[in-house]
Design a protein around this ligand. Sequence first.
Ligand code: ZN
Length: 226
Amino acid sequence: MLLSDDEVARYARQLLVPGMGVVTQEFLRAARIQVVGGGPVAGPAMLYLAQAGVGILLLDDAAEVAPEDAAGWVYPPDRAGEPRVTAAIESLKAATRWVRPRIHATGAEPTAALICGGGALAREGAERARRAGIPHVVADADGEGGAVISIPPGAPCYTCAFRIGTGVPAPAPVAAAVGALAAGEILLLAGGVLQPPQGRRIDLVRGHPRTSPTVRQPGCACATRA
Ligand SMILES: [Zn+2]
C-alpha cells in the first residue's frame, strides 16, 4: 500500500536521507520488529523505531519497571512495579499514532529482531532469529561504549562476531547512544538498505563509532543456513 499524504508529510525529512525513500519507508511500515530485552539500551531504541515509522513493534521482556528504569526513556517513574512491556506500549503510542506496539507472543513471526543486552539473552535471541532466517541486530552497552552487531540472513552469526567486553555497567547516556546506533542498524536491515550477506559490528568507544565487517569463525555452524 502506498504512503498516504499524511505519512509523506510525517516522514518528509526522513524520506530525503540518502538510501531512504518511499519504498524503504513502506518496508518499515510493513515491518514487525521484535525487541528483545527492555533495559536502558532497548528503551531509546524502541522510541527511535516507533518515530521512524516501523509498523509493528513486538516487545519481548519479562521484567517489571524498576525505579532505576526511569532513565530508560519509555518508563514513567509512576509505573514502577508494572510490566515494562505495558508501560512501554503506552509511551510509544503516546509518542506517535503510526506505530502499533504489542507484547511479543508465540507465533508473532517478526520480520526482524533487535536484541538489547548481552549474555544468554543475546546468545539465545540471536540464535532464534538466525534459525528463523530474519535479519537481527544485537546491541550491548559496556563501560564507556558498547557494540552493535548487525546480522543479515547468511552473515556471520553473533557467536562469530562476539568479543568479550569489560563487564562494567554503562551509564544511561552511553546505553542510550548504543540504543540509537542499534535502531539505525535494524532500520537499514528492515528497510532493505543493508543487503545480505553483509554483516558488521560497530564498536562505540568513548563516543567514536568504529565499523568493521564480521568474519565467520572456522567451523561455526552458521556456515550452513538455518
Ligand atoms: Zn557463526
